[in-house]
Design a protein around this ligand. Sequence first.
Ligand code: 5AD
Ligand code: SF4
Length: 448
Amino acid sequence: MKKNNVYIETYGCQMNLADTEIVLGILQNYGYAITKEIENADVVLLNTCSIRENAEQRIYGRLGNIKTAKKDNPNLVIGVLGCMAERLRKDLIDEKKMVDVVVGPDEYRRLPELIDTAFGGEKGIGVRLSRTETYDDIVPYREEGLTAWLSVMRGCDKFCTFCVVPFTRGRERSRSLQSVVNEIEQLSGRGFKEVTLLGQNVNSYLDEKNDFADLLAACAEVDRSIRIRFTTSHPQDLSDKLLFTIAEHSNICNNIHLPVQSGSNRILKLMNRTYTIEHYLNLIDKARKIIPGVSFSTDIISGFPTETYEDHVMTLDILREVKYDGAYMFKYSAREGTKAYNMQDDVPDEIKTKRLQEIIELQQQISFKINQGLMGKEETILVEGFSRKSDKFLSGRSDTNKVVIIPFDEIIKQGDYAKIKINRATHATLFGELIEKIISEEKFALTA
Ligand code: 5AD
Ligand code: SF4
């Protein structure tokens, strides 16, 4: 019998990318073939994001396009997965009559059954959240490659007042340490060189007595030639033990994504972020002492309800003070169901845009300066392949997660580590020359 073909598009965060691999793992086990051509699909799935309004708008637009494809193929099953499924099931199924299957982040095991329901002409709906589901035993579908996402915990209990995630992804729960270690062993066997541990708030990881620092150490010890990254950390829970663990393991990258959101204590309080700027800056200082060369990235929201010009200036100040390597910067978007939704969204859109622009420009100047300061320095990069622009150049990433371009050299291949010297830099990219190849097969302890 011909296998059914499934096609999937993924929107939003890295968690969603990891979830897509879990979904494909489940469907492949059930006998589906995976296609990259939407025209060949029997089932089209969109794994969606609700974090900001414009994300949802984009996906609604895409759904409209896909629905027209259904005219040519009436048997086509269209499904919405992820956060929008959780948040907008009624709208998607009843009002907009757009889709046949709606499945939230905790019900992917039921996908084969729910798609079959849709093939039978009914709607397949699974949107219950779970306190225990971690997909611990599911082998995600991953193409060959160097870098892998691996979610180690799901959900979020922080309830930042702007954020829809605690409602769309439910309560925090962690995978077992052993299952994560086993998965990294498999990735090592397949030649992967970098694993990013994912969670909305990885510092809350807990498996019996093992906290996130224990997990990180265990992952780093599986294969010293595999780099370990992790995201996202909440400033409230970043422990000294975690900082020492990063410092002790040369293959745990010296890069911490530590969203600050705002530079104003008054706004942080309204956001329910549970830390002050003073606490945050102390943490940064401490991390810099414990982990020499550590770099930081952050998330910023501009135009949260009641944000004044003074609050905005405090956000610019925090960027100058910390000197982040990079930042994800957003305009505040009111999300129904959150606490902030009940506050008046009183910063006009043009002011939000103007403030965001100032934040972006300042951050670019800071990144440029940091990168200029790297001129003449040595970095260890993992070579990921040819550069996007030309096969005369190779592209890799530094320990601090910066893209580094070097001239092609035949002694270097994809997946090798190389020591390079930086000789040019923009705000987004470093350029360098090869010093030497590092033999990772010999489990060379990578320099931090
Ligand atoms: N509006 C704008 N940005 C948001 N984020 C989360 N919710 C919102 C919202 N309602 C941002 C935060 C978070 C990142 C993942 O997305 O900065 O850290
Ligand atoms: Fe959302 Fe805050 Fe949880 Fe991050 S920590 S997912 S911003 S509620």
